[in-house]
Design a protein around this ligand. Structure first.
Ligand code: Q46
Ligand code: ZN
Ligand code: ZN
Length: 309
């Protein structure tokens, strides 16, 4: 297999794009594509301050790397969840993220749930009896809250996450199976609304395996293990199903996602503001919420008696 750009030996063959590239050209292609999506979906400009949510995994660290290579002003935010799972998951992901930032002289903000709120994510889940043994609901809620808080308090224009095409296609599949309201909010860009930073997913059109290849060829040191609580999740099951489809029909995953975006653009779903319109300000933290009174995060913290609330 030969590189389409230089005719040298190809290291990455992307059947879905009918494109094979050598390492050097692949490492140029990924940022070029990302830049194309940033422009196409009007995610942000070079004058804006970007906060990248980094978990220590390949996608978020690669995103941070790509944005810096493209000349964007991107700082990182790491949220320490206090998850061990017998592999020291949080300790190791924190170490790798910190190392990534220090080696490149980048600014990294750190939130530590235990230090800042008095409870790790598993402890919060237990204390609030949410999630039937899995802390994912509490974790998602806390991460969203903290990302918004840091973006707002530190004056960032936009919050970027490392969701790749496989993540987006799996969420889309799940939302479609239940025709969930979340279909209205699934976008590469969620515009800012009072108190909430704009949210963007610059890697949403890049396959997971493309991101793995990028991280490896770039020599990025990331945590290989998934969060121990991800095991057996429905998202992983949907990803496997979509991979089976992709194996038979290369490009099916990308087309599923892109055709959804097109359909939305063409008005298949109702205007996206409808569900966002009945938000009010949480009296505890000042973030917008649809819950009556305190937002879900503040209610959870009130219940466990966090020193912060
Ligand atoms: S939600 Fe659940 Fe993830 Fe939080 S507890 Fe781990 S698996 S990290 S995306
Ligand atoms: Zn080449
Ligand atoms: Zn609140």
């Amino acid at each position: 297999m030969k590189c389409r750009k230089c005719g040298g030996k190809a290291t990455v063959n992307m059947r879905q794009h009918k494109l094979a590239l050598c390492s050097q050209h692949y490492l140029e292609w990924v940022p070029e594509q990302t830049e194309r999506f940033i422009k196409k979906y009007e995610m942000f400009s070079k004058n804006e301050k970007i906060l990248v949510a980094v978990s220590g995994g390949k996608d978020s660290l690669s995103l941070w790397d790509i944005l810096c290579r493209l000349g964007y002003q991107a700082d990182g935010l790491y949220i320490g969840l206090g998850i061990d799972g017998g592999i020291g998951y949080s300790t190791e992901s924190h170490r790798l993220t910190q190392q990534f930032a220090s080696e490149r002289g980048l600014t990294l903000h750190i939130v530590d749930m235990e230090r800042d709120y008095g409870h790790s994510i598993p402890a919060l889940a237990q204390a609030t009896h949410r999630g039937k043994g899995k802390p994912c609901a509490v974790c998602g809620l806390s991460k969203r809250h903290e990302m918004n808080r840091i973006a707002r308090d530190m004056g960032y224009d936009v919050l970027a996450t490392g969701h790749n095409l496989d993540d987006e296609a799996a969420v889309l599949f799940s939302n479609t199976l239940s025709w969930s309201d979340y279909l209205l909010r699934q976008e590469p860009v969620l515009p800012s609304s009072d108190g909430l930073a704009r949210k963007v997913k610059p890697l949403c059109r890049l396959y997971e395996k493309e991101m793995t290849a990028y991280a490896l060829l770039r020599g990025i040191k990331y945590i290989y293990e998934e969060c121990p609580f991800a095991e057996g999740s429905t998202t992983i099951y949907y990803k496997e199903l979509l991979n089976q489809l992709e194996n038979q029909r290369p490009g099916a995953k990308l087309s599923f996602y892109l055709k959804f975006l097109d359909a939305k653009q063409n008005g298949l779903f109702s205007p996206k503001d409808q569900l966002l319109s009945n938000l009010h300000t949480c009296p505890g933290c000042g973030q917008p919420t649809s819950a009556p009174g305190l937002c879900s995060f503040c209610r959870m913290m009130e219940k466990v008696g966090s020193p912060e609330i």
